[in-house]
Design a binder for this molecule. Structure first.
Ligand code: FDA
Length: 309
């Protein structure tokens, strides 16, 4: 209930405008967000990779309504990819891109604009010696995102996909995507979806996650196991072992600031662990989704909104 209520305020512009104007302490935002600038994102990448972790950088922003904003996000990605290459960090890092941030919702031309912008980011990633993963947003965008992914992959085969286990369609999508060279991130799903398209019971989502993971591990692609769930991590290790996978034929992924000790433990045990590192000023939607996953975080957030810390 609380999760749904929180997710529904994530798209409420009035609440957003109020929340972003309140001086929220850096403590709350900085737990989940690595900084505001590309330089801060590169500094975080340097710290994490020095500890043996890999990184996916996410320039915060979504649901872009102006073409100038879509262009600015595209430029920010191109800029940070150049900075990663200059710093010699491209081998251990990639970028994650939300198509809605680069123009997917800009009217009748939205799909073409998002594809053109994503293509420019893929070119910059290729030049830097790395790759792009397309984040997945709410279910109304799944078909369009997978279609754009397929076009990008014809030119840039290493472009990564994201599948959300909570969607009823996802086992079939995993089957389609479990092919040689295909990088697929499997997550539970973070949006407020109706029961007509998604499992809404947590136990059902977990079971669906395992079914999807089984398909990916048994397939020919490169599974990216994106979860902090302490029950799913050993299940993933077991499924990989049963499928005869070497440790470098799949990876774990977790979000910046969530279970950092577990991230390090898995890396020390020889797994490839990639940390998803958001940066930028447009942190509101991302932060509300993180609050919805762990309502205990909300107390800290509300206290800081009330100016008590
Ligand atoms: P679950 O939510 O059950 O959490 C398991 C445990 O992890 C909790 O008990 C707690 O210990 C810890 N935990 C989880 N969230 C926490 C939080 N916010 N604060 C503190 N502790 C927390 N979604 C999407 O729809 N599209 C996408 O493209 C992506 N991309 C993506 C990339 C990566 C690398 C990750 C890890 C996740 C995503 N997600 C996503 C988000 C994903 O769908 C999901 O909402 C979160 O990962 C939380 O689900 P868990 O699998 O961690 O399980």
């Amino acid at each position: 209930m609380l999760r749904r209520a929180l997710l529904s305020v994530s798209s409420n512009t009035k609440i957003k405008n109020l929340a972003v104007r309140v001086p929220v302490t850096r403590e709350v935002v900085s737990r989940y967000v690595a900084g505001e600038t590309g330089d801060e994102a590169v500094a975080a990448t340097r710290r994490l990779t020095a500890a043996g972790l890999y990184v996916s950088l996410d320039h915060l922003g979504e649901d872009t309504t102006e073409i100038t904003q879509a262009d600015a996000v595209t430029d920010a990605y191109i800029d940070v990819l150049g900075k990663l290459a200059e710093a010699g960090l491209s081998k251990q890092s990639e970028v994650s891109v939300k198509l809605s941030a680069v123009g997917q919702f800009l009217g009748a031309d939205g799909r073409r604009i998002a594809l053109d912008n994503a293509r420019m980011i893929c070119i910059a990633a290729k030049t830097a010696g790395t790759a792009v993963t397309l984040d997945m947003e709410d279910h109304t965008t799944t078909d369009s995102t997978l279609a754009i992914l397929s076009e990008l992959r014809s030119e840039f085969p290493s472009t990564g996909a994201v599948i959300q286990a909570y969607l009823h369609r996802s086992e079939a999508d995993c089957r389609d995507l479990a092919t040689a060279g295909s990088r697929v991130r499997l997550c539970k799903g973070a949006y407020n979806e109706p029961a007509s398209v998604a499992f809404t019971d947590e136990g059902d989502v977990d079971k669906a996650y395992v079914r999807c993971l089984k398909i990916l591990m048994q397939g020919d692609g490169y599974p990216m196991v994106a979860t902090h769930d302490p029950r799913l991590v050993p299940i993933a290790q077991d499924l990989a072992k049963r499928a005869g996978r070497a440790q470098d034929s799949f990876e774990f992924q977790m979000l910046y600031g969530i279970r950092p000790t577990e991230q390090q433990r898995l890396a020390n045990a020889g797994h490839r662990v990639r940390v998803y590192v958001p940066y930028g000023q447009d942190w509101y939607g991302y932060l509300v989704r993180r609050m919805a996953e762990r309502p205990a975080n909300l107390t800290l957030f509300l206290r800081s909104l009330a100016g008590r810390r």
